[in-house]
Design a protein around this ligand. Sequence first.
Ligand code: SF4
Length: 368
Amino acid sequence: MQPKHIDTDERPFVLIWEVTQACDLACKHCRAEAQPRRHPDELTTEEGKQLLDEARRFGDGQLVVLSGGDPLYRDDTLELVEYGVDRGLRMTLTPSGTTSLTADRIQALANAGLRRMALSIDGGSAETHDAFRKETGSFEQTVTAARAAREAGLPLQVNTTVCAETVDELPEIRELVADLGAVLWSVFFLVPVGRGQVLDPISPDRAERVMEWLTSVSSEAPFGIKTTEAPHYRRVAIQQQRSATGGDEARDGPPDGIGRRTGITAGDGFAFVSHTGNVYPSGFLPEAAGNVRERDLVDIYRESPLFEDLRDPDALRGKCGACEYRQVCGGSRSRAYAYTGDPLASDPLCAYVPDGYDGPLPEQSLSD
Ligand code: SF4
């Protein structure tokens, strides 16, 4: 059961466990810099089950995403899904679009009680998607798997990376998301970590236009939309509502495609456990607050100074710290860290300057 309200001081809305970094693909944006082989120090099956037991302590219906690499590279993934489902966790999976993602495997995962499967589509055609994924045939395999998920009754999420190379593809991808019957489109605004450092982000002005477009898509699309590492989507939605109504309402903004009303950012509603058990505020903020082999996951999330700082909007610096939207947005802490080394600095992808703010602006190192 999905909890109605989540206190993000107490528990993450989304807990991601990167079960392995192994993957047959070598995508340009890969945060994990995926490897062809499993790491010898990965959490074992038993350690993984212990981690799921700890996740259960966050409370009823904790959402757990098994990610990678390719989580299906492990031969115990189905067992881990079953284990989590038995303990009342909402288990979801982000497999890679490879030939290992067969209809039989998808059906078995659906039968095990998997709640949702997320697949990445970064181009509107085989040509553009395969070039981004550096694998001929990836688009076809992904679309085939998406249709198999639908036949298995498994809700589908599509993940898309927004960067200079993919941004013009978004309208075509939007059509594909609808055609595949996805329930949610997760639009990830590139943070330059891992292999993603070789890609160009879009400029703050372009990001603003993309977000305005996404708000119009969300009002008529048959699927939900959420942004990842771009919480200022909420600020854009609120500004648009205010200008449409001429009022001051909609202070909190609309709930997004997964029912979030305030911004979920690294360490605040979000936690990431690496393949070797390190706990990070997100997969894009490589500063570990502990390791589940040494310390309880719940304690790390609730009590580590890094996570506590990230949950305090008044600890933010620069224009994010002065911004009236910091409670519902707060900016991408991962991007701030990637550009400045300070996770509490301003998000350089946001074009908004709060009224009366005359302090320093983030380095305009993003391409225009
Ligand atoms: S300045 Fe910071 S808190 Fe304000 S809208 Fe932009 S990213 Fe969000």
